[in-house]
Design a protein around this ligand. Structure first.
Ligand SMILES: O=C(CO)COP(=O)(O)O
Length: 256
């Protein structure tokens, strides 16, 4: 089923103190938010336990930023999907552009990680997106469609219910440049078509936009018919901004 999601990717930011203070403000800020909006906190893995305890009984859900591409064994420093499930993680990011670029994660690594997440009965948030060069060369749609195909080809039946896709154009991440609502919508529509070609129940798949989303840009993005929410980096570290973005998803038409 298509869900409404706002997810906070804290990236490599945070501390025990921040977990406490930021979450306290986010929790009280989103209390009373429509239950149909899922708010997901994705902290560095060291703080999963702390966040798990803080979000218990609240509307917030937990996600992980990364996962190993193996099930278990001699992989020093890695975290397995089954371990994330012990922490009540509901979502796991896979294919984030920072992982692809800074850690040289190839399409096949992304696909292996995705399989681990599905195998552990967790939900994947698959990130896709083109670079500035690719967009300028007119290749954006092709790049995104190929990323979807290589990660998702062969998925069957119920597995599709475990998939959320986030379109995060690389040139928009951390740069202050958001895609226009129209450009983002147009890519999301392309993604839905591609998902249908891959055999997905495309109208039921939740599609998020990420890349310099701020309270001011969130409303326009969330009004688009194929954008079901956001994956938020920088603005998720400021409680007031993040809460405002969550509220924008609750009622995008009412706020504008
Ligand atoms: O990468 C992102 C979320 O995963 C987006 O980051 P920013 O919101 O900081 O651009």
């Amino acid at each position: 089923m298509r869900r409404k999601i706002v997810a906070a990717n804290w990236k490599m930011n945070g501390s025990e103190e921040m977990v406490r203070t930021l979450l306290k403000d986010v929790k009280s800020g989103v209390a009373g938010l429509d239950k149909g909006v899922e708010v997901v906190i994705i902290p560095p893995s060291l703080y999963l336990r702390d966040v798990q305890q803080e979000v218990k009984g609240s509307q917030l859900r937990l996600g992980a930023q990364n996962v190993a591409r193996w099930q278990a064994g001699a992989y020093t420093g890695e975290v397995a999907a089954e371990m994330l499930s012990d922490f009540d993680c509901r979502y796991v990011l896979v294919g984030h552009s920072e992982r692809r670029q800074l850690f040289a994660e190839s399409e096949s690594v992304v696909a292996e990680k995705l399989q681990q997440v599905l195998g552990a009965n967790l939900n994947v948030m698959l990130c896709v997106g083109e670079t500035l060069e690719q967009r300028q060369a007119g290749q954006a749609e092709q790049v995104v469609c190929e990323q979807l195909s290589s990660a998702l080809a062969g998925l069957q039946g119920r597995q599709w219910q475990q998939v959320v896709v986030a379109y995060e154009p690389v040139w928009a991440i951390g740069t202050g440049k958001t895609a226009t609502a129209e450009d983002a919508q147009s890519m999301h529509a392309v993604m839905r078509k591609q998902l249908a070609k891959l055999g997905a129940p495309a109208e039921e798949i939740t599609l998020l936009y990420g890349g310099s989303v701020k309270p001011e840009s969130a409303v326009g993005l969330f009004q688009q018919p194929d954008i079901d929410g956001g994956l938020i980096g920088g603005a998720s570290l400021v409680a007031a901004d993040f809460v405002e973005i969550c509220k924008a998803l609750e009622a995008p038409d009412a706020i504008s």
